[in-house]
Every structure is written in C-alpha cells, then in structure tokens.
Design a protein around this ligand. Structure first.
Ligand code: ADP
Length: 161
C-alpha cells in the first residue's frame, strides 16, 4: 500500500520553509499531497487559486508530489484522498501549542488519521509567510526566503514592479 501524506496549509505564500517540509516528507512517504486550504477567515493576500497556481508552478514535475486545493475541514479532505497522514512542520514553541491542539482535535474527529510533524531545518526555521509578506511590503530582497516566482508574485501584488 502506498503511504500518502497530506501537507495542508495556507501557503500564503509558499516559502523555502514549506519546501523543506515537502523534501522531508518525500523521504518518508510515497506521495505528498500539498493541499492549499481555501480558509477565508485568515484573510490571505493571495486568493486560494493564486496560492494553488503558485505552489503548482513551483512543485510541478517533482516526483512523488501532487498539488491540490480544498475547502472545508482538513480531515474530510484527507479521508476523501484515502490518506491516513497529515504532515505538518514545527518551527518553535509558538507553533507547538497551535499544532498540538489541531492534531488532537483532528484525532478526535478522525481517529484513523495521524498527524506527523517534521522539525524545521536550521537554515529555514525562521522563515514564515507572515514575515515574508512584511519584508515584501518593506521592499526587501526576498531571495533568501522564497523561490523567484513567489518573490515576483509578491512584488506584483504589492504594486512594486
Ligand atoms: P497554516 O495556516 O495551515 O498554519 P502555513 O502555510 O502557515 O499554514 O503553514 C503550513 C505548515 O507549514 C505548518 O505546519 C507550519 O508550521 C509549517 N511551516 C511553515 N513555515 C515553516 C518553516 N520555515 N519550517 C518548517 N515548517 C514550516
């Protein structure tokens, strides 16, 4: 049986931190589904479609990786995919609180689905989508944090081209 893990997230936008989690997931699972969440309550700067298209463009052709988008509860999406694992990344203690609550909540709803965490890498642990957006708004060089198409999309979105 193929071991499939769903890596859900806002990816607003996708960063080198997210890509690191994908890499680590690829070393463990047969397939990673990078699942872009359409959750509106987070007020993303990129629409779900834009975040999905960006992730697809960056990860296209990567063996063992599929990019998809979903709305609604993550566990429902995971079940629809026939997967049993949710993959998430942990950077810091502040991630831990939220991530643990979410994992326990999801386990309560779907006991057959396990959340697996990978530890952030030293080189990318400080990268967050929120700080990348702040750096973009301040006109900083984004090349250490995000792939070139994302930097370009941020510049366009913020009217900096
Ligand atoms: P969400 O809104 O679902 O938290 P994010 O796109 O912010 O979506 O994050 C998706 C997942 O990726 C989370 O588990 C988050 O902790 C993880 N992540 C984000 N940045 C990094 C990073 N630099 N290193 C490791 N994991 C990360």
């Amino acid at each position: 049986m193929a071991h499939v893990a769903v890596y859900p997230g806002s990816f607003d936008p996708l960063t080198f931190g997210h890509l690191e989690v994908v890499e680590r997931g690829c070393a463990i699972f047969d397939e990673i589904i990078v699942a872009v969440a359409g959750n509106a309550e987070k007020h993303p700067i990129f629409s779900a479609k834009e975040r999905y298209e960006m992730a697809k463009a960056i990860l296209a052709g990567k063996p063992g990786v599929r990019v998809d988008r979903f709305a609604g509860a993550t566990v429902d999406y995971v079940r629809r995919q026939g997967a049993r694992v949710i993959l998430r990344g942990l950077r810091s203690l502040s991630d831990f609180d939220y991530e643990l609550s979410m994992a326990l909540m999801n386990r309560q709803i779907a006991p057959e689905v396990e959340t697996v965490f990978v530890a952030a890498s030293p080189g990318t642990t400080y990268i967050s989508s929120r700080l990348v957006k702040e750096a973009a708004a301040a006109g900083q060089d984004l090349s250490p944090f995000v792939p070139p198409p994302v930097a370009e999309a941020l510049r366009r979105k913020l009217g900096r081209t």
